[in-house]
Ligand binder design. Structure first.
Ligand code: PA5
Length: 446
C-alpha cells in the first residue's frame, strides 16, 4: 500500500457520520469522472493513461534520453505551469533539490521559460557558456509567451554554437500532435517531437512525454513510476469508498470547505517535497478555483516554515486545514553525535537519528496545530522514490477530479488564466490587441 490516509486529527472537526453522509456524493462524482459525463470530460484522458499510454512513444522517449545524456552537459527544459512543474517535482522528489550539484553521470538539468525574469535568463545563459547543451521545449498550445521567448533565446544560442543542423538535432519538442507554432517549426526543421495528448490538460500531463523525457534524462526509474501510477489507478478507480483514500481525501476536503475551512496547507517535513507542493498547488488551484469557489491551496516545508508561517497556523484566522505528507521510511539518515562538553545541552539526543527527531517535530506540531483549531489530514507514503511519485501523482489527480465535481466546478479548464495574457498582449502591442492596449494604458496612466 503506497498511501494511507489517517484521519485521527480530523475527527474533532468532521464526524464519521458526516463522512458517511457525503459518500453518495463522492460516488456520484466518481461515476461522472469514470463515465465521462461531466464538465470538461474531453480532458480526462489521464484517468486511463497508466493503461493506454503510447508504448512506441515511450521507447522513443527512452532512446532520446540516452542520446541527450551522451551529448550534453546541460539539459535545458523550457515550459511553464503544467509543462514544467511535474518534471521538476519528479526530479527533486526522486533525487534531490540539489540534483545539479550531486555526483552523477547524467546532465545538469535547468528549467527555463517558467518566468520572464531577466536575471534568471542571464544567469542560465552564463551557466551554459562553454558547455554542451540540449533543449526540450514543452508547450501543449505551442503559443505560450514565456516558453516561446525562452525558446527563441536558446534556439539562437544553439544555432550560433552548433549551426542549424546540429542545433535541430539537439532540440526536442513536446507539443500537440498536429497544431500550433511549435509543431510547425519542429516539422519544418526536423526536430524530434513528442506528443501532449489531446485529452490531457497541462496540469495532468506529468506522466506523458511532458514529464517523462526530463525524468528519463535525470536517470530516474520511469518504469517504476508508471507502475506506481498503474497500481494507484487500479486501486482508486475500483475500490469501494471505505477502502478508497482518494475518495476520502476528496470528501474530507469538501466537508472542511463547507465548514469554512477555505485554505488547505500542504505540509511536508522533507525539502525534497517542495516542488511537489508547487505541482499540487497548480493541480488543485487551477482545477477548483473558479465560479467564485474553491479551496485556496498553500504549502509549507516544516520545520523550516514553523519559524515563519507556524505562528499564523497556530493562532491566525481559523479558516485553514493542513494535509501532512509523511514518509514511513527515510531514504538516508544521519546520527546525532555525542559531545563531551555538552555545551549545547543536546546530549539527550545522542544516538538518535535526524529522521527520529523530525518525526517527533511532526508529531508535536500536529498536536499543537490540532489544539489550536486546525484539522490535520495525514497522508502516509512508504518512501520517496519513483514508484511512490507515480502513485502520489495518480492519487492526487484522481482525488482532484472527484473533489472538483463534488464542488460543482469543471476541474479540467482554466479560463481565468487568459485574463492576464490578453492584457499583456495588449500592453506589448501584439497585432490584433491595439485598441485594448490604448484603453489599458489610459487606465494605468490615469
Ligand atoms: O494546466 C494547464 O493547462 C496550464 O498550466 C498549462 O500547462 C500552462 O499554461 C502552459 O501551457 P502550454 O503547455 O500550452 O504552454
Amino acid at each position: 500500500m503506497a498511501v494511507k490516509l489517517k484521519n485521527e486529527y480530523c475527527k474533532n472537526f468532521v464526524s464519521d457520520s458526516e463522512l458517511k453522509q457525503i459518500e453518495a456524493e463522492a460516488e456520484e462524482a466518481r461515476k461522472t469522472l469514470e463515465e465521462g459525463t461531466g464538465a470538461g470530460s474531453s480532458f480526462t484522458g489521464w484517468v486511463r493513461l497508466p493503461y493506454d499510454y503510447d508504448k512506441e512513444e515511450y521507447k522513443r522517449i527512452k532512446a532520446a534520453a540516452e542520446k541527450i545524456k551522451k551529448s550534453c552537459d546541460v539539459f535545458i527544459v523550457i515550459g511553464i505551469g503544467g509543462s514544467y512543474l511535474g518534471a521538476r517535482a519528479a526530479i527533486e522528489f526522486c533525487t534531490s533539490p540539489l540534483y545539479n550539484t550531486l555526483k552523477k553521470d547524467t546532465p545538469d538539468i535547468y528549467f527555463a521559460g517558467n518566468s520572464i525574469s531577466p536575471s534568471a535568463m542571464a544567469e542560465l545563459l552564463q551557466i551554459c557558456e562553454g558547455k554542451d547543451i540540449c533543449l526540450n521545449v514543452i508547450s501543449k498550445s505551442g503559443t505560450t509567451t514565456e516558453p516561446a521567448i525562452a525558446f527563441r533565446i536558446f534556439r539562437e544560442l544553439l544555432i550560433k554554437k552548433y549551426g542549424k543542423k546540429e542545433a535541430n538535432e539537439r532540440t526536442f519538442v513536446t507539443t500537440d500532435k498536429a497544431r500550433g507554432a511549435l509543431k510547425k517549426l519542429a516539422d519544418a526543421e526536423g526536430c524530434e517531437t513528442f506528443v501532449v495528448p489531446d485529452d490531457i490538460g497541462g496540469r495532468y500531463s506529468v506522466l506523458t512525454a511532458v514529464g517523462l523525457l526530463p525524468i528519463c534524462v535525470a536517470g530516474i526509474d520511469s518504469d517504476a513510476m508508471l507502475k506506481g501510477a498503474f497500481d494507484a489507478a487500479e486501486k482508486f478507480r475500483k475500490a469501494p469508498f471505505e477502502d478508497n483514500d482518494a475518495m476520502k481525501y476528496a470528501s474530507y476536503r469538501n466537508l472542511l470547505y463547507r465548514d469554512g475551512k477555505t485554505t488547505e496547507i500542504m505540509a511536508c517535513y522533507d525539502a525534497g517535497y517542495a516542488m511537489m507542493n508547487e505541482w499540487w498547488k497548480q493541480l488543485y488551484g487551477e482545477s477548483e478555483g473558479k465560479d467564485n469557489k474553491g479551496i485556496f491551496p498553500a504549502s509549507v516545508i516544516f520545520s523550516t516554515d514553523l519559524h515563519s508561517l507556524g505562528q499564523y497556523i497556530q493562532q491566525g484566522l481559523r479558516n485553514i486545514f493542513e494535509t501532512v505528507i509523511r514518509f514511513n521510511e527515510p531514504n538516508v539518515d544521519v546520527k546525532i553525535p555525542y559531545d563531551e562538553d555538552n555545551a549545547d545541552g543536546l546530549n539527550f539526543l545522542y544516538g538518535k537519528t535526524l529522521y527520529e527527531v523530525n518525526a517527533n517535530a511532526e508529531a508535536a506540531t500536529i498536536l499543537a496545530h490540532n489544539d489550536g483549531g486546525v484539522p490535520n489530514i495525514i497522508l502516509e507514503f512508504d518512501k520517496k522514490d519513483a514508484y511512490n511519485f507515480g502513485y502520489a501523482v495518480y492519487f492526487f489527480e484522481y482525488a482532484c477530479g472527484v473533489s472538483g465535481y463534488m464542488l460543482g466546478v469543471n476541474p479540467f479548464d482554466q479560463p481565468g488564466v487568459e485574463a492576464y495574457k490578453k492584457n499583456m498582449y495588449a500592453l506589448l502591442g501584439k497585432p490584433g490587441f491595439e485598441e485594448m492596449g490604448i484603453e489599458l494604458k489610459k487606465r494605468i496612466n490615469g
